[in-house]
Design a protein. Structure first.
Length: 392
């Protein structure tokens, strides 16, 4: 059968659009399919902002990838002539032995990242909107900050198209299959055939990668946006992005950008669902919980809730990504399970996928993201495990 392309990409979220762009840069003929229109709100990549940071509490192994992804976002800024990233800093707040604080410090120290450790009083002196309890500390990473998510996604899609990728929106994939010599992808109207396939399904991972023994779990998350009482105190030039671990709960947020208000969300909890069945309506109790958090740690700074949205996490059991060759098909590549922290990696994951497709290997260290990582006896996987036991 005649091949339509060298590579088919399924999914054009921040990960698939990064892959389509980097594959096209290598001169490969790419057809990329998405079920929905550009920048839809049904998956995980929509919205105005995401945190970018290098003092990575999840594991220091991510830091080399973060160095590269920062470079790539700056390159995309130049190529797209859009502002994509502001380094307004980030705060990682909690008890000194919390996973968030200990993990951020460990990554920062191991990789020589610029950071400061502050107690509650020092933090309020430096960033007057904050009030912590005396048992809390904050790691401040000045080189962290904010990605303008909507602009980032637009830039990757636009540049992929400019590089020659054929982007097909409103094209839900019904099924895919692979033989040794070809892959085939079916939509309602068309069958596409190519040499290789890249699957970037976001929260549709259980449907598109059902055969993989990963244990993906899909969960709903809520973001609320609060109107600042004193906008000058919480604008992006004065207010760092933040993550806070308190009383066994994990919150995060970003400064007020434009008219949108302060962003707040809960990272560690949300209803289980599927991408098809998720409840998109946010109720008053959910907003109330986020408002109580804001009133406690940023008293008098925020007023009414301007907006509330939902988004989906695709969690793996250890909350590390899956980036790998499909175990049954050497010509199929998988990038999934970004576990609520994948946006910032869009460009570098695109580069890794392009390396795997074009060369069969990558210079980036990705053993940690192997599908069958418990069986991967590599030093990288061991470092992840050692690191987890260190912070526990
Ligand atoms: C509330 C929230 C806050 C977050 N905050 C941060 C943060 O601060 N920093 C950070 O780095 N990360 C953050 N993340 C995580 C990050 O946004 C995600 O990891 C990332 O967007 C995942 O991108 P994706 O491309 O894998 O998924 P998606 O964006 O969901 O893309 C998957 C695409 O595949 C398409 N697709 C699926 N099935 C089919 C099919 N059958 N046919 C055709 N197309 C299909 C979908 O339509 C979709 O467009 C956050 C996530 C959420 C939900």
């Amino acid at each position: 059968m005649k091949h339509n392309a060298d590579v088919i990409v399924i999914g054009l979220g921040i990960i698939g659009s990064g892959a389509a762009l980097e594959l096209s840069r290598r001169g490969l003929k790419v057809v990329a399919l998405d079920a929905f229109p550009p920048k839809h709100t049904n998956g995980a990549s929509h919205g105005q902002s995401r945190i970018i940071r290098k003092a990575y509490f999840e594991a220091p192994d991510y830091v080399p990838l973060l160095h590269r992804t920062y470079q790539m976002w700056r390159q995309l800024e130049q190529e797209s002539e859009r502002d994509l990233m502001t380094l307004n800093g980030a705060l990682f707040v909690g008890a000194v032995n919390s996973e968030l604080v200990a993990g951020s410090l460990k990554s920062a120290r191991m990789h020589g990242l610029e950071h400061e450790l502050m107690n509650a009083e020092q933090l309020t002196k430096r960033f007057p909107a904050w009030r912590l309890t005396s048992d809390m500390v904050a790691v401040y990473e000045p080189g962290a900050g904010t990605l303008y998510a909507d602009a980032c996604w637009t830039a990757q899609l636009m540049l992929a198209q400019k590089m020659g990728a054929h982007l097909r929106f409103g094209a839900p994939v019904i099924s895919w299959s692979a033989t040794d010599s070809a892959v085939s992808v079916r939509t309602k109207e068309t069958e596409y055939v190519a040499d290789k396939l890249v699957v970037c399904p976001g929260p549709w991972a259980p449907e598109l990668l059902g055969g993989l023994d990963v244990g993906f779990r899909i969960q709903r998350r809520v973001n609320a946006f609060f109107k600042p009482a004193h906008p000058e105190k919480v604008s992006i030039d004065k207010f760092p992005s933040y993550c806070i671990e308190t009383d066994g709960k994990f919150y995060y947020g970003l400064p007020a950008i434009g008219e949108q208000g302060l962003k707040v969300g809960r990272h560690d909890a949300g209803e289980s669902c599927t991408a098809a069945t998720v409840n998109r309506v946010v109720d008053d109790n959910e907003i109330g919980e986020l408002k109580a958090f804001v009133e406690h740690f940023l008293p008098g700074q925020f007023d009414v809730c301007l907006d509330a949205t939902t988004c989906l996490y695709t969690l793996t059991p250890d909350e590390h990504f899956v980036i790998d060759v499909h175990p049954e098909h050497g010509n199929v590549f998988v990038a999934a399970g970004f576990s609520g922290h994948g946006f910032k990696f869009g460009p570098v994951v695109g580069e890794i996928l392009a390396d795997l497709v074009a060369a069969g290997c990558t210079g980036h260290s990705i053993d940690c993201f192997a599908i069958n990582r418990s069986a991967v006896r590599s030093s990288t996987a061991k470092r992840c495990a050692d690191y987890k036991s260190f912070i526990e």
